[in-house]
Structures are given as structure tokens and as C-alpha cells.
Design a binder for this molecule. Structure first.
Ligand code: NAD
Ligand code: GLY
Length: 364
């Protein structure tokens, strides 16, 4: 039941293995890339639940695994987190021909990829993602970063992994809210470029989210295939890769307005952001209303938020959200970039969004 997807980047091409229970094979899969000590970076939550098993399979393959456990949470994606990690990586004695393994969610993947990218001017790394968000998005494509006081993910580099191993079985221990937040990124792929996949999700997502192994493997593998294809065509986001930011201009503004707190997880912000992108597209006469309604109906059916009013606590107002959008990485020549929809399954990039329409959608 394992699916293998290739990210076609020429000499830097790599495989994404997706399967239920795949952790059992992780040692064999990693062995050809490893040399000498093998740092395995994780956070304390994943560490408590899954590290012993992971170390056992690595040991069985004869690998010299050296666990490094960091505090769970976005706080580790910081200069001080990077400093701690680089120090610990150097202590393992890993050299330039070695491999570093990121075993965790997007926080561990982004931080470890960045540290590996700068350590000794670049060491190879592998991603073993343990959240749905990391399996369908952050572990693929080579974006790595830490956060700055000025904003999220502002300090980083492109550093592609050598291998990605996504075991959907690991998602069984992920809190439901985190699973749903990751699912927003799965629905994103259907909305931005594959109406047939969206239809499949309408019929099968509940099954996948209820623990059906085959359905979840298909959802993750298809998402990875779509991302791999886009990344292979536009690694550095000079064009098409920007479509992967569907819902993110709105989502990041909502995350900023709610203080990057537990009030709104990243994927929840993306879910509301995608609904707002659909509503804005309808308001501008670009997309049919029934497509927006259908997409939003699906978010609701899955249990994801779809309006600003769904966020607990005081409602962020339109002007403060537009202010936050002005600080987005995607602002160019002072213009906000939006990913809008022509229909369900077809997104496009634009900087031509009238402020009045934006304000209306953010106030509705
Ligand atoms: P995360 O890494 O913080 O994980 C969420 C929580 O789940 C953490 O508390 C973690 O300890 C816990 N956890 C992880 N796996 C678990 C498991 N199997 N069982 C139980 N608990 C588990 O968050 P995330 O949502 O995976 O990633 C968010 C990060 O990803 C953000 O920093 C975001 O900027 C980044 N991101 C990067 C990209 C990219 O392309 N590089 C894309 C999207 C998001
Ligand atoms: N998460 C968006 C990207 O990788 O481009």
C-alpha cells in the first residue's frame, strides 16, 4: 500500500514514500543516505510518543542514531532554537557527508532543514513528518525557516530533503484539532488545481479522517504528488508555486491578528482564508457562487472553521487585517498578492484586488 512520489529536481530529485505503518521500514529507507552518526531531531511531545520505536527501527538497520529533543511548539523556530540545535548537531560529530533526520511536525522540519542547510555550509537531511500538515505540505518542497520578531518564516533558505518518509499511521496520536488543521491543506490542493480530487475528498475525507488507512494514504500521496509536480516546475516560487499559498494571505493576517495563539491554528487560518478567497472571487464576478458554496459546505462538513466569526474571542476588524496583510512576505511593490479562484479546481495569482471589495469580504 506504499506509494512513492518523485520530486523531479534533476540531480536533487528525491522520493516521498507514503504508507500506513511505514516507520517499520524507515531504517532501510534511510540507510543508503546515512554515514556516521545520524542526528534525529524531534520535539518532546513526538519524542515521548514515537521516539523509542523510531530509534529501535534505526538501530535494527545498524544506524548510529543520536536523538536531539527540543521543546514542542513554534517557539523552537527561533534564533535561540537554532543556536541550541546547531550546538547539539555539532556535538554529535555529524560531518558534511552525513545526514540529519527531522522527525516531527512542520516546526521540527522547518528548523532542522534550516540548521542542516547552514551547518558546515550544508548537510543533507531527511524528513520524517508526523503531522498531517507536515506530511502534505511542509516536508515537501525544501522551504526551511525560523521566525523573526518582524514575522513568521522570514529567515530561511531553500534546502531540499534527500528523502521524505510519511507514515500516516503516526497520525493516530495527533490531536483531532491538529489533524483537521492539516486537512485544510489537503482540501487546498483540490481547490487550487484538481476538481476531481476535490470530488474524491467530498466522498472520502471523512473516512480518511476516521482512520481508514487506505483513504488517508491516498489523500496524503495525491497531495504530495500535486505539490511535487508544482515544485518541480517552479522550485523558487517565481510563478506557479505561489498557488500553494491559496488562503494564506488571509490566513496569515488572521493568525497575526490573533497573536499566533491557540485561538487559531495555521491550518484553521488557511481554511477561513480559502473560504474568504472564494467569497472575494465571487464578489469580483470571477468565480461561480455555487463553487464557493460547495467548497465552504465541505469545510463545514469536515468540522473546519470557514468564517472570521468562527474564531473564538474578539473579532479582528477589516482594517487591522488589511494592515497585517501589508507585512506579508508576498507584498511586492506595495501591492498585496492574492490567490483567487476561477472555479473549484482552478486558482490564479493576482495583485488587482480593489480595497473596497476586500474590506466588504473581511467585514461580512
Ligand atoms: P507542529 O510541528 O508544531 O506540530 C503540532 C503539534 O503536534 C506539536 O505540539 C507537536 O509536538 C505535535 N505532534 C506532532 N506530531 C505528532 C503526533 N504524531 N502525535 C501527537 N502529537 C504530535 O506544527 P505543524 O502544524 O506540523 O507545522 C506548523 C509549522 O509548519 C509552522 O511553523 C509553519 O510555518 C510551518 N509550515 C512550513 C511549510 C513549508 O513549506 N516549509 C508549509 C506549511 C507550514
Ligand atoms: N507551503 C507553500 C510552499 O511550499 O510553497
Amino acid at each position: 500500500m506504499t506509494k512513492i512520489i518523485t520530486v523531479g529536481l534533476g540531480p536533487r530529485a528525491y522520493a516521498i514514500h507514503v504508507g500506513n505503518g511505514l516507520i517499520e521500514d524507515a531504517g532501510t529507507l534511510l540507510k543508503p543516505f546515512a554515514r556516521g552518526p545520524l542526528p534525529v531531531v524531534t520535539d518532546n511531545t513526538v519524542g515521548e510518543i514515537h521516539l523509542a520505536k523510531f530509534l529501535e527501527v534505526l538501530g535494527r538497520a545498524g544506524l548510529d542514531a543520536r536523538p536531539i529533543v527540543l521543546p514542542a511548539g513554534e517557539g523552537s523556530k527561533s534564533f535561540s532554537g537554532l543556536q541550541t540545535l546547531c550546538g547539539e548537531l555539532l556535538e554529535t560529530g555529524v560531518d558534511r557527508g552525513g545526514l540529519v533526520v527531522a522527525f516531527g511536525g512542520g516546526v521540527i522540519g522547518d528548523l532542522t532543514g534550516f540548521a542542516a542547510g547552514v551547518l558546515k555550509r550544508g548537510i543533507a537531511f531527511a524528513q520524517v513528518p508526523t503531522t498531517l500538515l507536515a506530511q502534505v505540505d511542509s516536508s515537501v518542497g525544501g522551504k526551511t525557516a525560523i521566525n523573526a520578531a518582524q514575522g513568521k518564516n522570514l529567515i530561511g533558505l531553500f534546502h531540499q530533503p534527500r528523502l521524505v518518509i510519511a507514515d500516516t499511521g503516526l497520525l493516530a496520536t495527533l490531536p483531532r484539532r491538529q489533524v483537521l488543521a492539516g486537512y485544510a491543506e489537503v482540501a487546498k490542493y483540490g481547490a487550487l488545481g484538481d476538481a476531481q480530487f476535490f470530488e474524491w475528498l467530498e466522498q472520502n475525507a471523512k473516512l480518511a479522517l476516521a482512520g481508514d488507512g487506505a483513504a488517508m494514504v491516498h489523500a496524503v500521496a495525491h497531495s504530495c504528488q500535486m505539490k511535487a509536480d508544482i515544485v518541480a516546475r517552479d522550485e523558487r516560487e517565481t510563478g506557479e508555486r505561489a498557488l500553494l499559498n491559496l488562503g494564506h494571505t488571509f490566513g496569515h493576517a488572521l493568525e497575526a491578528a490573533t497573536g499566533f495563539s491557540d485561538r487559531l491554528l495555521h491550518g484553521e487560518g488557511v481554511a477561513i482564508g480559502m473560504a474568504l478567497a472564494f467569497r472575494l472571487s465571487v464578489q469580483l464576478g470571477l468565480a461561480p457562487e455555487q463553487d464557493a458554496d460547495r467548497f465552504i459546505r465541505h469545510l463545514k462538513a469536515i468540522g473546519l472553521p470557514s468564517t472570521i466569526g468562527d474564531i473564538a474571542g474578539p473579532r479582528p476588524d477589516a482594517d487591522s487585517l488589511i494592515g497585517h496583510m501589508g507585512h506579508d512576505k508576498k507584498v511586492s511593490d506595495g501591492k498585496l498578492t492574492f490567490i483567487l479562484l476561477r472555479r473549484l479546481g482552478e486558482a490564479f495569482v493576482t495583485t488587482e484586488v480593489p480595497r473596497a471589495a476586500l474590506r466588504d469580504v473581511l467585514s461580512a
